[in-house]
Design a protein around this ligand. Sequence first.
Ligand SMILES: Cc1cc2nc3c(=O)[nH]c(=O)nc-3n(C[C@H](O)[C@H](O)[C@H](O)COP(=O)(O)OP(=O)(O)OC[C@H]3O[C@@H](n4cnc5c(N)ncnc54)[C@H](O)[C@@H]3O)c2cc1C
Ligand code: SF4
Ligand code: SF4
Ligand code: SF4
Length: 543
Amino acid sequence: MKRSKPFAITLDPGSSLANRTGSWRTVRPEYVDRLPPCNHACPAGENIQGWLFHAEAGHYEQAWRVLTRDNPLPATMGRVCYHPCESACNRGELDECVGINAIERFLGDEALRRRWQFEPPAHSTGKRVLVVGAGPSGLSAAYHLVRMGHAVTIREAGPVAGGMMRFGIPKYRLPRHVLDGEIRRIVDLGVTIELNSKVSNVLDAQRAGNFDAVFLAVGAHIAKRAYLPAGSASKMLDAVSVLRSMEGEEKPLLGRRVVVYGGGNTALDVARTAKRLGATESIIVYRRTREKMPAHESELEEALQEGVLVKWLSTIKQAGESSITVEKMALDAKGNPQPTGEFETLEADSVVLALGQDVDLSLLDGVPGLEIDNGVVRVDERMMTGHPGVFAGGDMVPGERTVTVGIGHGKLAARNIDSWLRGEQWTHPPVHELATFDKLNTWYYADAPKSRQPVLDTIRRQSTFDEVVGGFDEVTAQFEARRCLSCGNCFECDNCYGVCPDNAVIKLGPGQRYQFNYDYCKGCGLCVSECPCGAIRTVPEAI
Ligand SMILES: Cc1cc2nc3c(=O)[nH]c(=O)nc-3n(C[C@H](O)[C@H](O)[C@H](O)COP(=O)(O)OP(=O)(O)OC[C@H]3O[C@@H](n4cnc5c(N)ncnc54)[C@H](O)[C@@H]3O)c2cc1C
Ligand code: SF4
Ligand code: SF4
Ligand code: SF4
C-alpha cells in the first residue's frame, strides 16, 4: 500500500525565485497536530496514532512503550476491550476501521514473549499510597503512581490479583497466563500486592499503614437478585458466583439443561461456559429484543455459533423442581415489553441469574463527607470522593463498567493523587482540535481490506476452554498498522515539501518534520490541500 515515503525532488528553499514571495501572503500555512478520533474515544486515553506509527515501521518495543504510557495491560486489553476506538476510527468511513485492538494485542503478546519490562521510576517522593482492590482500576492507578515515584501497596481481598478480569471474564476470552504475565510486570516495577487482605474500614487502614492517600477500586461484586417464586428443589445460582467458581478446583454443577436469566455480557459468558461444561441446552431468557440487548453483538454472535439459544421477549415467572415457567412479552406502542399472559414451560436443571452487580460499600461506613448515589460512590473531576485524600474509580463509581474505563480512571486518579500530594491541582493539557474525516485527503491512501483474526473451530469451542480468537502474526500486524491514516498528525510523507511551488518548505530530517520558510511562502495553500492527513492549516495573516 501507499504508506512508504514517496521520493520528492525539490530545490533548496527560495532557490526558484529571486523575489521574496512571502510578502504576497494574506494567509499563512501552519503545521498542526490534531487529536485523532481513536485516541479521543479510548477510555484509557491511549496515543493510538503514536504507537501505530512505530508499529508500522516494525519498531514494536517503541510502540509498546508509547502504548504503556497510558495502559499497562495491552495483551489483556487487546483481548477484552470492546474497542470504542475502532468505532470512532476515520478509516471506517473509507472502507473499514483499523484493527487497533488486534494490533494492541500483538504488541502486548510480543512484550510478554520478549520479556520487556517497564522502566523503573527515576526518583522516590517518599509518599505512600494505599490502593484497595487489585482489579484493572487498582492495578492501573498503582502502576502510574509507582512510575511517579510514590510507594504503593495494593490490598486485595481475594487470593489472586486481577479482579473481574480473572473471576468474571472466562479463560476462553482471556487466558490466565496472559493476565498473570502483565500483572507480574507491574509487581516487578515495584507495586506491592497484599493478597487475602480485605480492607473492612478504609480510614482505619489508612491510619494504621500511615498512607498519605487512598485509591479505592473494589468493583461491583454483589449479584443483584430478582424475586422468583421457586420450588424447594430448584437450583438457583448467580452468574458471578458461577464464573468465580470456574477459577477454583471444583467446577460448578449446572446440569445438562441450563437457563440463564439476563441480557448482558455476563449472561453470555455464563451461557457459553455452561456449554463448555457439557450442557446440552444452554438457553438465555431475556425480556427485550435483540436490538435492545446490552451485550455486545460480536459476543452474541460467538455464543450463537457455539449453540447457545436465546428466548427473546420472555421473562421467568416461576422456577420449579426441574423446569421453569416463562411468560412471553410483547412490545407496547412505546417499544417497552409488556406481559401477555401466555406461558411456556422449559426444562431446566439450573437457573443462573445474570442481572448485574451491586457494590459492597461496607468499608466506607462512617467516612465523613462521602456521598453515595444509586449504590455507587460520587467522585469529582479529580476522581476524589467527598473525603479529602480518598479517591475512587472503576465499577464502584458512576459510569460505564468496563476494564478500559477502570484503567482510564486509575490513570486519571493517579495524576490527581500525585498533584494532591504536592498540594497542587492537576490540569489537563490543552486538547487539540479533533481530526475529523473531512480534514483528510483520502484519495492519497490505497485500498487495503481489514485483516481478520483467526477463530477456533466451533467443535473445539463447544468442548474446551481454549482461546476462541487468535492473534495476528507479525506480517499481518504490520500490514494492519499501515492502514492507519495518521489522522491529524504528520507522518513525513514529503508531499508538502514536494508540491510547494516556492520551495518554501524546509525538511528538518527524520522524525523532525518540516518548517515553513515564510520569506518565500506566498500562502497559496497547495500544501494544505495536498497534505493527506490534515496536519497543515491556514490562518489569516496579521496585517
Ligand atoms: C462476567 C463478566 C465479564 C466481563 N467482561 C468484560 C469484557 O470482556 N470487557 C470489559 O471491558 N469489561 C468486562 N467486564 C466488566 C469488567 O470486568 C469490570 O468493569 C472491571 O473489572 C472493573 O474493574 P474494577 O477494578 O473497578 O473492579 P474489579 O475488577 O471488580 O476488581 C475489584 C477488586 O477489589 C477487590 N476487593 C473488593 N472489596 C475489597 C476490599 N474491601 N478490600 C480489598 N479488596 C477488595 C476484589 O476482590 C477485586 O479483586 C465483565 C464483567 C463481568 C462480571
Ligand atoms: S484500550 Fe480499547 S479503546 Fe483503547 S486502544 Fe485499546 S482497544 Fe482501543
Ligand atoms: S486511521 Fe489511524 S489515526 Fe485515524 S482514527 Fe483510525 S487508527 Fe486513529
Ligand atoms: S503533507 Fe505529508 S509531510 Fe507534509 S505535513 Fe502532511 S503528512 Fe506531513
